[in-house]
Design a protein. Structure first.
Length: 135
């Protein structure tokens, strides 16, 4: 809370990453994760300088991180904090495109690319979807 308030006083935006693969157990379900996302987003419903990042570095290898699961999390976050911007992204350029096609977010958190060429290609791939891209 103090970080969000301090950032606001200085005209800064805070991107809060909610999900990350190492924070979940193999027995956790999409609904459990959606409930957690709702609970994590709710305290920030009135903070206009907050962007909520659904899942940092999404990876299709995990059932909790599929585009369908991410769409469920976006819905939970929007229910908890309907005025907040929501973003999602992946380490994999292909997954970024899958997310862009399947999930309605306000902007993309592009983490793909292991070198400059791959990173620029990933950005170019996302540009056609017409939304802001952050890294």
């Amino acid at each position: 809370r103090r970080i969000v308030e301090a950032a606001d006083r200085h005209g800064m935006v805070v991107v809060i990453g909610i999900g990350y693969r190492s924070s979940w157990k193999k027995t956790d379900t999409v609904e459990m994760a959606a409930t957690a996302m709702f609970s994590a987003a709710a305290p920030f419903r009135d903070d206009p300088n907050v962007i909520l990042n659904v899942w940092n570095e999404t990876n299709t290898g995990n059932a909790l991180e599929t585009p369908q699961a991410v769409a469920r999390y976006v819905a939970a976050i929007r229910k908890a904090a309907p005025q907040r911007l929501v973003c999602a992204g992946s380490l994999q350029s292909k997954m970024n495109i899958e997310l862009a096609k399947a999930v309605e977010v306000d902007l993309y958190c592009q983490d793909a690319g292991r070198n400059l060429k791959d990173t620029l290609t990933a950005f170019e791939d996302l540009r056609s979807f017409g939304k802001p891209i952050i890294n």
